[in-house]
Design a protein around this ligand. Structure first.
Ligand code: OGA
Ligand code: NI
Length: 359
């Protein structure tokens, strides 16, 4: 490929939502995953497991309550790389409104949505695949991707104009989630034994990046043969997911099993991304996750990605590099890292492997 030439999708884009309407009892071959990637029935002991639910209101309590809450978050980061937060300060009506506004968007006529069709250059807009490998096996989902920060990348023209309230709701939602991310960054810094602003500063201070990917998983007549989103870790810093409370689908890898997250009412699901794995010198890991689909209900989720400033080197915090724990990763900017991911699409944690320092 010639460097800097604009990228195109390798094949015509087919909207999964349209396929879902015409596929009655089978799905096209290109959505059928190899056996090893498919979701299988899990054992009963794992069936009951759930990603920990943490009450962030307790961070305003007495010193013992604060210490216990920090401890719960620390344990969840080590054990799961995932946790759910309640009492997080984001208005519940705003959360519902954000999800339902996007649901309405996905139910607009296809001609309207096609006006926002995206390309693999920036992925902004309405999309139906990740990665540009010709002949790749695809995921059973459509999505909408947009930049919220930095302001230089925020472009209302690339945000939906309809439903009419869309932009205001997204703006307000983004503002509230930024506050929550800031708070969680402090918690993670403290838990890593760093000064509380350390991670935020390493991310570039005020000048960080944030984007939203809204995932739409249509009903699927053969849910056992495919996945809504293939296994991946999130490339950025930290993700706040607003799941569909009515429809489970997110699965998190734990001890070689896949645990289906049971969302708590009005909780956000928080997870560590690859950049925090690097900054923490792998004390925290970005854990693989994937999404399963089902035959009776569509599912909508909003993933808010809180990312480092894209052109500064990200490397293990010097306080976390010790003679007995050398730096596990070499420095890379998020721009460089993201470029790499965008070419390949979701593929477990293989991107992280490629970052490892030669030893
Ligand atoms: C993502 C993601 C999970 C979900 O968008 O990166 O992991 O439940 N989404 O949609
Ligand atoms: Ni993800």
């Amino acid at each position: 490929m010639i460097k800097n030439s604009p990228l195109e999708w390798p094949e015509p884009i087919v909207r999964v939502q349209s396929l879902s309407k015409i596929c009655i009892d089978s799905i096209p071959k290109r959505f059928i995953k190899p056996l090893s990637d498919r979701a299988s029935i899990i054992t009963s002991s794992d069936y009951d497991a759930n990603v920990p639910i943490i009450d962030l209101g307790d961070l305003n309590g007495d010193p013992d309550t604060i210490a216990s809450t920090l401890g719960q978050i620390s344990e969840a980061c080590h054990e799961w790389g995932f946790f759910q937060v309640v009492n997080h300060g984001v208005n519940h009506d705003l959360m519902d409104m954000a999800r339902e506004t996007w649901r309405k968007f996905f139910h607009l006529p296809m001609e309207v949505k096609e006006q926002y069709a995206n390309s693999p250059n920036t992925y902004e807009g309405y999309g139906s695949r990740l990665g540009i490998k010709k002949g790749a096996i695809l995921d059973w989902s459509d999505y909408y991707y947009l930049h919220y920060l930095p302001l230089s990348l925020k472009d209302y023209n690339k945000w939906p104009h309809v439903p009419p309230s869309c932009r205001e709701v997204i703006d307000e939602y983004g503002r509230e989630l930024m506050k929550l991310c800031r708070k969680l960054m402090k918690v993670l810094s403290i838990n890593l034994g760093l000064e509380e602003e350390n991670l935020q500063k390493a991310f570039g201070g005020e000048d960080i990046g944030a984007c939203l990917r809204v995932n739409f998983y249509p009903k699927c007549p053969k849910p056992d043969l495919t996945l809504g989103l293939s296994s991946h870790s999130d490339p950025g810093g930290m993700t706040l997911l607003l799941p569909d409370e009515q429809v489970a689908g997110l699965q998190v890898r734990k001890n070689n099993n896949w645990i289906t997250v049971k969302p708590a009412p009005h909780a956000f699901i928080v997870n560590i991304g690859d950049q925090i794995q690097v900054l923490s010198n792998a004390i925290y890991k970005s854990v693989e996750h994937r999404v399963i689909v089902n035959s009776s209900k569509e599912r909508v989720s909003l993933a808010f990605f809180y990312n480092p400033k894209s052109d500064i080197p990200i490397e293990p915090a010097k306080e976390l590099v010790k003679p007995d724990r050398p730096a596990l990763y070499t420095a890379m900017t998020f721009d460089e890292y993201r470029l790499f991911i965008r070419m390949k699409g979701p593929c477990g944690k293989s991107h992280m492997e490629s970052l490892k320092s030669p030893t």
